[in-house]
Design a protein around this ligand. Sequence first.
Ligand code: GLN
Ligand code: ZN
Length: 765
Amino acid sequence: MVTTHNLGFPRIGAKRELKFGLERYWKGESSRDELKALGAQLRQRHWDDQKDLDWVPVGDFAFYDQVLDMSFTLGNLPERVQDFHGDTLDNYFRVARGRSAQAAEEHGACCGGVAAGEMTKWFDTNYHYIVPEFTADTQFNLDTSRLVEQLREAREQGVNAKPVIVGPISYLWLGKAKDDSDKLALLPRLMPVYCALLDYLKVMDVEWVQIDEPVLVTELDPAWRAAFATAYESFETRGVKLLLATYFGQLQENLDLACALPVDGLHLDAINARDEIEQAARQLPAQSVLSVGAINGRNIWKTDLNAALDWLEPLAQRLGDRLWLAPSCSLLHVPVDLASEETLDAEIRSWLAFALQKLDELKVLAAALNAGRRAVADELAANAAAVYQRRHSPRVNKPAVKAALARIDANLGNRASRYPERAPKQAAILGLPAYPTTTIGSFPQTAEIRHARSQYKAGALDEAGYRAAMRAEIERSVREQEALGLDVLVHGEAERNDMVEYFGEQLDGYAFSQFGWVQSYGSRCVKPPILFGDISRPNAMTVEWISYAQSLTRKPMKGMLTGPVTILNWSFVRDDQPRSVSCHQLALAIRDEVLDLEKAGVRVIQIDEAALREGLPLRRAQWGEYLQWAVESFRLTANGVRDETQIHTHMCYSEFNDIIASIADMDADVITIETSRSDMELLDAFDHFSYPNEIGPGVYDIHSPNIPTEAHIVQLMRKAAERIPAQRLWVNPDCGLKTRQWAEVIPALTNMVAAAKVLRGEVVR
Ligand code: GLN
Ligand code: ZN
């Protein structure tokens, strides 16, 4: 018999209950007990949803982040919060977000604000975890309270509980040594705490523990590989069984290592590492469990169950009871329940599976393996029909789009001339001073903008009324920018709620869910649009707004677009063709928009690629391939314009060291990047690589309400000028200003423009 289990369940709630509960508590509108009760209620509901599984994850619920939970379990709290006397949950929020809750803070000074823990992306997902902090002196102290509480609850509910913990090597790997010490050196101190935890779980009569070691899918240094062997050796004699879980990729050179560790089972992500299942089945010790993640835990498409059974059946024959079945990874990365969707197109909906539907698929697969396909003939037939229909739907397959893609040739992505020839032509037309000033696109999304949008969506404001309201906002932005004396203006993006959704809504091949929320970090969720079919652009998407904005001023107005790679990386993407193909389709659609803007007389066009870097594969060996099609897609989008048209791109980060050559290869005339928070340190990349075109290193940290001073901006730009010739520097904020208030933006940009004037005094352009 095959055993079914799940690696983790989305905790946010089908209607984002946890988000709203957290925010109520943080604002002081509800009590800590109410929040804790909500957590218990969500856990109970989610276990109930999973009760048919043989093993149900416990400990995957977190009020903020599962890695932060692990830090608390291991007693690894940053020093700045160690003297806290209040409730642990409040201290937990202090690490997560710098403060606990308004109500808690009234209790005394000990609860006050601290620096929030650093947050970073969980492997190649859009989930962000709180980075564990280490120093050479870090000590660990076991705190089993959270895990034990959840274990008790689960047992009271009668589910078969399998505690889930982050393994020791991944835990260290995910953290950061604040004093630059060697974090791996902490392993001897960490292991006794892990062993004590397992001993404790043994005493609690736990049979299986899922120990997550996703770092096994990355390229590990020899020291880290060796650490695996050492660490797991000390687990060998513990009384609980360990299921070592890997996900998000192939193990490759780490597969031998994983198979040889003294654990009782290994979970492989069969979506990304299908090829390795066979080898693992051969190599695992004869009594070990092989858990196969046969259902994609990262996307929202129905599994082709019959196709999965084709390869699972022989495996089940061979492995018998040793075969376990699960989603590929925690379901944290998918929305909860498709049944909540009321407005989604019925046909598209029939192709989808959210977390609950994925668990249903798991049950069907297990039933077919245990009792034969005939036992679930109806379910399999329905699934086959949906899969067939999706594959052949004319809404998915557009011959015209495929034909356009086939016509792509190398020239399509090339500018007519090289940058040194284009630059003077652009300068002649734009007539910009040295150190030109601009902003990244958005201006504050004011209460009036949000009000007009929600009225419009609710039907209380008609289209004409909504457009008039947006035009008024655009006019306001333009007037403010003229008064500030900025050189290249933007329209302010009032009409956009989101830089991807705005374009997705206007492209053919995209669908939108109502409740398809996925946790991004803490209480923050995103609702990725669903790219289901061949992409085309029925109509111009931005030309009217930009032309209107341009009509209000004699200064150059930047057209503002989101690039294909970013649109792709922030969507749920179809799985029936390579991502590169979908990206090229997006590129051709946005290219048409670029050319329409140019035709409409727009002389500067910015194409944001905020998410290009985060799409990098987990393994460096695969970076080249990704960068090739990503850069090619950008070039296709941008480079059809005349020499005179100036192309900008923007990226909200500047860890460029590894990829700077690819970024240069995009051949944008101007790139704006984030640098102010790091004091221009991040421009180090430019020491070893002479970036050929123009750069605007951000000088105003828009994530903070602080107003940068003129002197500070001048100083930052002087640092930049040490690396990049002044003739090629722009002065701009780090990112868009939509989350700021006008009252902050105006003084900040006033200082920025003043700083640019000081700098201009220092160069001759
Ligand atoms: N143009 C966008 C804005 O200004 C860019 C946002 C981003 O890079 N995340 O809001
Ligand atoms: Zn940005």
